[in-house]
Ligand binder design. Structure first.
Ligand code: F3S
Length: 753
C-alpha cells in the first residue's frame, strides 16, 4: 500500500474539534476551503479568524510530492537537516527528464542512460530518508498522486505548478518551490497568505462533445491568466457532483493557468467511486464518516455571494466545447466561433500535430472518449491528416487502456504512444519538422500553450482542447473543422461525420498493472548511502553554510548595484542552466547574469574592486570569495519577483554575498534569503540607493542588537575617503534572526537533532 492510512485517520480525527474552533472564530458558515485550511493550522485549533488576502498563516501539510527536476535541490537541502527520515509522507516522481523522440520504450531507455546519475541520486536519497520513489516511466506526478495519495480534506504541497490537480479528490494541493518542500519534510511549518475565495457554481450536466476540460477552458476565458492570483477556487453545485473525479482533477489542474493558489471540489459520490476503483475503499469509508466536514456548509452554497469574494456560474448543459489559444491558455474560443477566429487572425489553418494525454487529461475516461473518436476514423475509412501522439499519465492508466484495446485503436489511426512522462508538455519533444521557421499549428490536451513551450519553436501556434476534440481535429488536420457540424471526406471519397464521443468513467474490468514503477523506501535507511559521483557536473552534495561570526559585518565589496527589474530569472536564469539545478557550484555561474549594472547599463559586467577590471558577476564574486572578502548586492523595487526558485537565494550565499539591500523585496524571495542565512535588507529611505557608488566598501552595523522591527545601519566607505551612513529596515522575526545567526534554517534543525 503506497498511501498512509494512519496519517489520514489522524487528519480526520482532527476535523471535528478544529472545525468547531474555526466556526467560533470565523462566526459564520464555512466554505470547504476554509474547513481544510483551518483543519491544517500549524497551531492546531484556531484562535483567531484569518483575514483573506492579508494574513500570513502557518500550516501543517499532510504530504509532499516532488518531480525529478525540482526534487534535486529540495532533497540536497533536506539532507542538510540531519533528520533520519522525512517528517511527513513524501514522494519523488521521475517524469520531467524523459525526452519524447521515437516512442515509449526507446525514449525511456535513452532517458535512463542520459539521466542515470540524477535517477540514482533520487532513488538512493528516497530510499534512505523514507520517501516513496516512482521510477522513470511510472507516470506523471499529478496523475500518480491522484491515483495513490490524494484524499478528500487533505493538504499537500508539491514542487510543481500543477500540483492542484489533486483538488479533484477534494484536497488542497499547492505548487511550491523546493525550499518549501524541504522545510515541510524537515518538520517546519509552511507559510501561506490566507487566500481569497472564488466560488464556481456548476449547474446542469455535460453532454455530447462537452467535457470537464471545457469547464476550465471557459473559466480561464472569464478570469484570464491573472484572475485567480492569491485565490483558491472552490467548485460546487449539482454540476460539480455530476463530474467524474478525474474530470474534476483536470479542472483543478488547469486552475494553475488562471494563477490560482489552488482549486478544490467537495467530497461526493464520484470521488468515492474513484477511491474505491483505485483500491482505496478504506479512505472512502473514513471520508463518509466525516463527510459533513468535507464539503462547504449548505448556507454557503445557497448564498455564495455572501461567502466568496467572487462567484461565477456555469451551466454544464449549455456549455460548448472550447479551444483556447494560441500562445496563452485564457484566449477561449467556443468551438462554433473558432474556425472564424483562425481565419480572421491568420493562424495557420493546417494542423500539423495533435497530442493527447499529459497530467491534465489522461484518465481512463479521457482516453476512452478519445479512442471512441479514433475508432470511428478507422471504421469510417478516414485517414488522419495530422501526426498524433498519446502520452499516458501513468503506467496504471497505460496498462489498463492497452488491455482494453484503446492504444491499438490509436495506433491503427497512426498514433504514436509516448512514455508515461511529461515529454512534449514541457518541451521535452524532439519534434520532426521539415522547416522550423514555418508558422505552424498544433493542438494538445495539455494545460499550457505559451510560445515555445512544447517544441521550443516560437513559430508554433499551440492550442488546447479536450482529448476527444484534439483527436477529431487531428483526423481532419484542419483547424477550421468543427466535428459537431462538418463532414470529412474518407478514402472512398464519401462524406462522413464523426459521432459524439463515448467513454467510460472507470474501466469495467477495473484498473490493472503489472509493475506500477513504485519503489518503497528502506525500513531502516541508516545504512543506505546516497549516490552522488564527486565528478558529476549535475549533482553536488551541499556543505552547510557558515554561521554568523558574531560581529558586525564590515568591508563588504559592492558586487552589483542592479537597476530596474530584477526577477528570479535575472538572478538565476533558467533555460540551459536547469541541467545544473542539482549542482550549486555550477549553477552559480548564472548568478545575476541577467541583472543590469546601474553604473554601465550592461548585463553581467561589473567592476572587480581588487583589480579595477570589468568582468562577469559570478567570476567577480568568486574573486572576492577567494580573498575571504564578503560582498553585497544592491537592488531596486520588488527584487526577486517571479518564482520561488531557491537557487536565487542559495547562489549568492554560496558565492560569498552576505546581504541583499534593495528598495523592496518580493516576499517569497525575501523569505528564501532568510532561510539561507542571508541578510535581506531594505532602504529606510529609498533615496539612499543613490548614495551607493561603484567602488564602495560597505559595513553593516547593529547586528549585535539584531531584533525584530529594529533597523540596522549601513556605512558606505567611498573611495575618496568620505562616508555615508543610513538606516536600513528588515522584517526578521525572532526565529528568522536565529536562522541568520546559525547560518541558515536547516543548520538549526540539524543542531536540534
Ligand atoms: Fe508534466 Fe506538463 Fe504536467 S510538464 S507535470 S505533464 S503540466
Amino acid at each position: 500500500m503506497a498511501f498512509d492510512l494512519d496519517m489520514i485517520k489522524k487528519v480526520y480525527n482532527n476535523y471535528g474539534p478544529r472545525i468547531e474552533a474555526a466556526r467560533k472564530v470565523v462566526g459564520k458558515p464555512l466554505t470547504l476551503t476554509e474547513k481544510i485550511l483551518y483543519a491544517h493550522l500549524w497551531e492546531g485549533n484556531a484562535t483567531q479568524a484569518h483575514e483573506r488576502g492579508i494574513t500570513y498563516v502557518d500550516f501543517a501539510p499532510d504530504r509532499v510530492a516532488m518531480q525529478d527536476a525540482t526534487a534535486q535541490m529540495a532533497l540536497l537541502q533536506f539532507m542538510q537537516a540531519g533528520r533520519p527520515t522525512v517528517a511527513v509522507p513524501s514522494t519523488v516522481h521521475c517524469d520531467h527528464l524523459i525526452q519524447a523522440k521515437v516512442g515509449a520504450d526507446e525514449d525511456l531507455a535513452t532517458a535512463n542512460t542520459q539521466n542515470k546519475e540524477v535517477y540514482d541520486f533520487l532513488a538512493s536519497v528516497s530510499n534512505k530518508y523514507g520517501i516513496g520513489f516512482w521510477k522513470p516511466g511510472a507516470g506523471i506526478i499529478h496523475q500518480v498522486v491522484l491515483e495513490n495519495y490524494a484524499f478528500p480534506g487533505g493538504m499537500m504541497i508539491g514542487t510543481d505548478s500543477h500540483t492542484p490537480n489533486a483538488g479533484g479528490l477534494g484536497m488542497i494541493a499547492i505548487g511550491v518551490g523546493g525550499a518549501d518542500a524541504c522545510d515541510v519534510m524537515a518538520g517546519l511549518a509552511w507559510e501561506l497568505k490566507f487566500p481569497k475565495l472564488i466560488g464556481v457554481k456548476l449547474t446542469g450536466k455535460l453532454s455530447g462533445w462537452a467535457s470537464a476540460k471545457d469547464v476550465i477552458l471557459k473559466v480561464a476565458g472569464i478570469l484570464t491568466v491573472k484572475g485567480g492570483t492569491g485565490a483558491i477556487v472552490e467548485y460546487f453545485g449539482e454540476g460539480a457532483r455530476s463530474l467524474s473525479a478525474t474530470g474534476k482533477g483536470t479542472i483543478c489542474n488547469m486552475g494553475a493557468e488562471i494563477g490560482a493558489t489552488t482549486s478544490v471540489f467537495g467530497y461526493d459520490e464520484k470521488i468515492a467511486i474513484y477511491l474505491k476503483g483505485t483500491e482505496r475503499a478504506e479512505i472512502a469509508s473514513l471520508a463518509d464518516e466525516i463527510k459533513e466536514h468535507l464539503t462547504g456548509d449548505d448556507e454557503v452554497y445557497a448564498n455564495p455571494h455572501n461567502y466568496f469574494d467572487q462567484v461565477i456560474e456555469i451551466d454544464l448543459s449549455t456549455l460548448e466545447p472550447h479551444i483556447n489559444g494560441p500562445f496563452t491558455p485564457d484566449m477561449a474560443w467556443p468551438l462554433s466561433q473558432f474556425a472564424a477566429a483562425v481565419k480572421e487572425n491568420g493562424w495557420p489553418q493546417l494542423l500539423e500535430v495533435g497530442l493527447i494525454g499529459s497530467c491534465t487529461n489522461s484518465s481512463y475516461e479521457d482516453i476512452s472518449r478519445a479512442a471512441s473518436i479514433a475508432q470511428q476514423a478507422v471504421d469510417k475509412k478516414l485517414v488522419s491528416k495530422a501526426e498524433f501522439t498519446i502520452t499516458p499519465g501513468s503506467e496504471l492508466v497505460r496498462y489498463t487502456v492497452e488491455r482494453d484495446g484503446f492504444l491499438s485503436t490509436f495506433e491503427n489511426m497512426g498514433g504514436v504512444v509516448l512514455a508515461n512522462a511529461c515529454g512534449p508538455c514541457i518541451g521535452q519533444w524532439a519534434r520532426h519538422s521539415d522547416d522550423p521557421t514555418r508558422k505552424n499549428s498544433i493542438i494538445t490536451s495539455f494545460n499550457r500553450n505559451f510560445k515555445s513551450r512544447n517544441d521550443g519553436n516560437p513559430n508554433t501556434h499551440a492550442f488546447v482542447a479536450s482529448p476527444e476534440l484534439v483527436t477529431a481535429m487531428t483526423i481532419a488536420g484542419d483547424l477550421a473543422f468543427n466535428p459537431m457540424t462538418d463532414t470529412l471526406t474518407n478514402s472512398a471519397g464519401e462524406q462522413v461525420k464523426l459521432e459524439e464521443p463515448q467513454g467510460l468513467e472507470m474501466p469495467i474490468k477495473g484498473f490493472a498493472v503489472e509493475d506500477a514503477g513504485y519503489q518503497a523506501p528502506a525500513e531502516d535507511g541508516s545504512k543506505v548511502s546516497v549516490i552522488v559521483d564527486e565528478k558529476s557536473a549535475r549533482l553536488q552534495l551541499l556543505d552547510p553554510f557558515k554561521a554568523w561570526e558574531g560581529t558586525d559585518i564590515t568591508g563588504l565589496k559592492l558586487l552589483i548595484k542592479a537597476k530596474g527589474k530584477c526577477t528570479t530569472d535575472h538572478i538565476s536564469m533558467a533555460g540551459p542552466w536547469l541541467k545544473f539545478r542539482g549542482h550549486l557550484d555550477n549553477i552559480s555561474n548564472n548568478m545575476l547574469i541577467g541583472a543590469t549594472n546601474f553604473f554601465n547599463d550592461k548585463a553581467d559586467t561589473v567592476k572587480n574592486q581588487l583589480n579595477g577590471e570589468y568582468g562577469p558577476v559570478p567570476a567577480t564574486a568568486r574573486a572576492y570569495k577567494a580573498e575571504g572578502i564578503g560582498s553585497i548586492v544592491v537592488g531596486d523595487e520588488n527584487y526577486g519577483e517571479g518564482s520561488s526558485r531557491e537557487h536565487a537565494a542559495m547562489e549568492p550565499r554560496h558565492l560569498g554575498v552576505r546581504a541583499i539591500l534593495v528598495k523592496s523585496f518580493a516576499r517569497i524571495h525575501e523569505t528564501n534569503l532568510k532561510k539561507q542565512g542571508m541578510l535581506a535588507l531594505t532602504f529606510a529611505d529609498a533615496n539612499d540607493y543613490d548614495k551607493i557608488r561603484e567602488d564602495d566598501a560597505i559595513d553593516i552595523t547593529g547586528l549585535n542588537d539584531f531584533a525584530p522591527a529594529k533597523p540596522l545601519s549601513i556605512v558606505l566607505h567611498h573611495i575618496d575617503g568620505t562616508t555615508d551612513t543610513f538606516n536600513v529596515n528588515h522584517t526578521y522575526n525572532e526565529q528568522q534572526i536565529e536562522w541568520f545567526k546559525a547560518g541558515g534554517a536547516l543548520n538549526i534543525i540539524r543542531m536540534n537533532q
